[in-house]
Design a protein around this ligand. Structure first.
Ligand code: SF4
Length: 215
């Protein structure tokens, strides 16, 4: 019991530091302890007939947000939907850039209030930076790192190899479990984005959850 309490205390401290930094970098930032409250906060931005786009994100799926939004009167721009042809996926990725609401995870978030992502296509990075009227980035505390170097290291050691394995790709990282900075044609790490301050005209909220989400 004592161990659980001290672990929770440590997580709260880490989330508190990160929230403060995000706010000082002009982001709207909120923390949550209950999944339902976070999902309701996302839903509070949803209006009828909206176009809602999603970044490729396990976090959003784990929270059941895509399934929940299927019940709303909105157009979902989900390029992970099963059965899509390549042309349809490309079209959805393009449409995400001008969605009313874009919901994404992140690969890492620093205690200094920076958001780090590595993409293969760049649709997520583009959409969270400029285009959609509202952006919500949802992050479990497991993605919090001290600084940019640690964030990039986290992506190379954890996020990218697991993602490549999930996609069943043949790559050096899917053999060893860590990044080899490969030159493979199938390399998934092609575009790096570090958002240091809220971009001028993009309304971004960061929702931090006090549990592990995604990878
Ligand atoms: S650069 Fe290559 S080896 Fe490294 S994580 Fe990305 S795909 Fe894997």
């Amino acid at each position: 019991m004592f161990y659980t309490e001290t672990k929770e205390w440590h997580t709260e401290k880490m989330i508190g530091r990160t929230l403060k930094s995000l706010k000082s970098n002009y982001f709207d930032a909120v923390s949550f302890t209950k999944r339902e409250e976070l999902v309701n906060a996302v839903l509070s931005y949803v209006k009828p007939k909206m176009k809602v786009g999603f970044g490729g994100s396990i976090t959003i799926r784990e929270l059941g947000i895509v399934e929940r939004l299927k019940k709303e009167d909105v157009t979902l721009l989900d390029h992970w939907k099963e059965g899509l042809a390549k042309e349809e996926i490309d079209k959805i990725r393009m449409q995400q850039l001008t969605s009313d609401l874009f919901i994404s995870g992140a690969n890492a978030i620093t205690e200094k209030g920076e958001i780090i992502n590595i993409d293969g296509f760049g649709n997520r990075i583009n959409s969270i930076t400029f285009g959609p009227k509202k952006v919500i980035i949802i992050v479990g505390y497991n993605k919090i790192v001290p600084d940019i170097d640690a964030g990039l290291e986290r992506i190379k050691r954890i996020a990218a190899p697991i993602n490549a394995k999930r996609l069943n790709l043949t790559l050096p990282c899917t053999e060893t479990g860590y990044c080899h900075d490969c030159k493979s044609e199938a390399r998934i790490c092609r575009v790096i984005s570090i958002i240091q301050r809220k971009p001028y005209s993009t309304d971004i909220s960061i929702f931090l959850m006090n549990e592990k989400l995604g990878f």
